[in-house]
Design a protein around this ligand. Sequence first.
Ligand code: GAL
Length: 455
Amino acid sequence: MKLKKLCALALAAALAVSAFPLSALAAKNPKKNADEMDIPAILEDVDEKGTVNVYHWWTAGGEKDAIESVVDGFKEVYGKIKAKSNAIPGGAGGAMVMKVKVLQQAGKSPETFQAHPGQEIEPYLQSGMLLNLNQVWDYANLSERALPGLEQLCTASDGNKYIVPIGIHKSNVIFYNIHVFEELGIEIPDHEDITWDEFWSLCDQLAEKMPEGSYPIDLGDRKGWPASQVFEDIMLGTDPQIYEDFINGNYNVEDVTKVLSTYAKLMDYVAPDHSSRDWYEASGQVVAGTYAMQIMGAWMQPLMTSMGQEYGKDYGIFTFPGTEGWFGMCVDGFVVSNDSADVNAGVRWAYNVSTPEVQTSFSALKESISPYSDTPDDTYCELTLKFKNQLTDGGTKVYPSFTHGTALPWSASTSLQTQIQEFATSSDHDAEYFANKIVNVLKEASVKGDWNLVD
Ligand code: GAL
C-alpha cells in the first residue's frame, strides 16, 4: 500500500476549513484537557460507573449488527457503564456534523461519535471540542499496529490524534446481481478489473435486454452522497491526475467537464427515479433484479449478506472502470468530545474499538478491513480478504475519498454533493454548466491540499 503518498494532512492547518461557531456558545460541561488526565489509569479502571452515548450512522442491514457487536464488546470490559447507541440515519456522515453541532450547543455533546479521519474532523477541532487521544494511541500501541500510512491519515492538522480507526472499506466498487446477467444471457467477464469498454458494453446489453421498468444501474442517491460517490469514482477512473489536482485545489472547468461528460453518458443507463431511494433501498432492488448494478463502496457487502446474498453465487463485483490498481480508501473511526457529561466513558469507548476482540467481531460483521495488522486473516470473508490483500499490496495505490470526509473540507464536500445530485437529477445533464458550479464550490471553500497520489 503506497499510503505514504497520501501525505499532507499536516498541511491541513493551512487549509481554509469553515468551522461552525461552536466555541461561541457556552457548553454546560467543563472542557477536559487530555494532558491533565491519566488516560492509562482511566482505561484500566473497569469498575467506574457512567454512560457513553455513541452516535453513528450505521443503520443499514449488517452495519447495524456490526455496531451492536461493538456495544457488546464494550459492555464485556466496562460492564458498569451504560452504552447507548444512537443512530443518525443517512450514511456517509454528512448529517453527523450538524447533529453534533446541535447537541453541543445544547450542552449535550455525545461522549463519542463516528467520523472519518482527515478534513471531516477539522470543524470539530477548530471549535475546540475534541479530546486529544494521543495517550490512547500510545496505550493501545496503535502506531505499531496500524496498517502503513494510517497513522499519518489519522494525524490532525495540529499534529495530534483525535480519532481511533475502527474499519476500512474500498470505495471504487460496482456490485451486480449475477442472476440478472445469467437470465438475460449476458456473459459476465471472467475478471473483476473491467475496462471502460467492457463496462459500456455490459450497460448496452443490459439496457437492450432488461424488461420495461428495469435498468442497468441505480444510484440510490436520495441523500445526495451516493451521487458524489459515483462522481469521485468516475474522476479517478478518468485520470488520477485530475483527482489529485481536484483535491489539491488545482481544479479547472475543463477537467471537471470531462468527468461530468462521462457521468452524463452513465446517466443513460440509470433508473430515472434514482434519487427517490436511499442507497440501501437501491441495493434491495438490485437483489430483486430491478436494477442490475449499483456503484457503491464495499460497505454494501454486509447489507447483501443480511439479505441472504452470497458473493460469487448471487452477487459479484467489478472494480470501477479505469481504477484498476487503485484503492479508494474510506476509513471509519470514533472521536471523543472533551465537554460531554462523561469524558472518561468516551475515552474508554474509543480505546475499546481498537482491541483485538472488538476488531475481530466488528470486522467480520461489517465485512470491513481492520485498520490493525494483528487482526487475523481468518476474520474475513473471501471478498473482504481480497480487498485487504489489495490494500496491503505494495503495488496498490491508495486515494482518499472526498465524499466520505477525508480529502475535502466538510463544507466543500456537502455543497459538492448537492451540486452533483442536482446534475444527476437534471434532465439534460449539462456537464459544462455543472462543472462551473462545482469549481465555484471549491473556490468558495478555498480548497488547497498537498496530496501526492500520482508519481
Ligand atoms: C461511509 C462509511 C461506511 C458506511 C457508509 C454508508 O461513510 O464509511 O462505513 O457507513 O458511509 O453509510
